[in-house]
Design a binder for this molecule. Structure first.
Ligand code: ADP
Ligand code: ADP
Length: 228
């Protein structure tokens, strides 16, 4: 995993109005940062600039200390964990996790593929489910398969874009504690976007509050909770 640094990042869309305005943020290697704020405040724009799906108008983006503004998404090696998980329904959990290694033809022997999948499955408590298809898994298990895929390709960081927003309240609560547990165990660098206060206050090491494109505050959940 790697650190992610935003230095005075500005994003202007065609209308010229800054959707993201001079945002600076340092996310340490292994840190879980929540980006929270109301709809339209620029959260997705920040995430898309980090992944490389959106050009950066001004400022510098560093991953592991290297400037990546002009680098293609592939080269940034970040793992988006999507709401719909983007798993292959016809492949087993094993093959879903192995998929990124299969793409790099010849780089991994069959034995290394098995070793890496087994290691990720152990970390994510998926060992019992390796022969199943995604359709037979719970939402939380599917999310873990998606994360397993990122782990085997040694991604620099996980990026979550409102991963729980379409779930009902009960499932959302379950998934929230699953993600919190995983984070404690895995120590992955993660940026997690949400408009949900509860997620913001329970999941992250630090919370970055965005409003109208401007970073208002960056603090631990405890500091935010205790402030007057
Ligand atoms: P959030 O994720 O917090 O809901 P967004 O990053 O989607 O916020 O949007 C921030 C602002 O930028 C909004 O005013 C939105 O309308 C605008 N915006 C987002 N995407 C585009 C785009 N592709 N073209 C023009 N304006 C955009
Ligand atoms: P989210 O809440 O995830 O940001 P939105 O409904 O705001 O979703 O935006 C959905 C898509 O529409 C995004 O890809 C965003 O870039 C685009 N979008 C948002 N606002 C605008 C806008 N003012 N002009 C053009 N595209 C926009």
């Amino acid at each position: 995993m790697a650190s992610i640094t935003l230095k005075n990042i500005v994003k202007k869309y065609d209308d010229g109005y800054p959707a993201v305005n001079d945002v600076s943020l340092e996310i340490d290697d292994g840190e879980f940062v929540i980006l929270v704020g109301p709809s339209g405040c620029g959260k997705s724009t920040v995430l898309r600039m980090i992944v490389g799906l959106e050009d950066i108008t001004e400022g510098d983006l560093l991953i592991g200390g290297d400037r990546v503004n002009e680098k293609a998404p592939r080269e940034r090696n970040l793992a988006m964990v999507f709401q719909n998980y983007a798993l292959y329904p016809h492949l087993t959990v094993f093959e879903n996790i192995a998929f990124p290694m299969r793409l790099t033809k010849g780089k991994f022997t069959e034995e290394q593929v098995r070793e890496n999948v087994d290691r990720a499955a152990t970390m994510l408590e998926l060992t019992e489910h390796l022969d199943r298809k995604p359709g037979n898994l719970s939402g939380g298990q599917r999310q873990r398969v998606a994360m397993g895929r990122a782990i085997v390709r040694d991604a620099n960081a996980f990026l979550f874009d409102e991963p729980l927003s379409n779930l009902d309240a009960k499932l959302r609560g379950q998934m929230r504690s699953e993600i919190a547990q995983l984070q404690r165990r895995l120590n992955t660098t993660s940026v997690y976007v949400t408009h949900d206060q509860t997620e913001a206050m329970t999941l992250g090491d630090r919370v970055a509050v965005l409003k109208k494109g401007i970073l208002q505050q960056v603090a631990s959940p405890r500091e935010l909770y205790e402030q007057p």
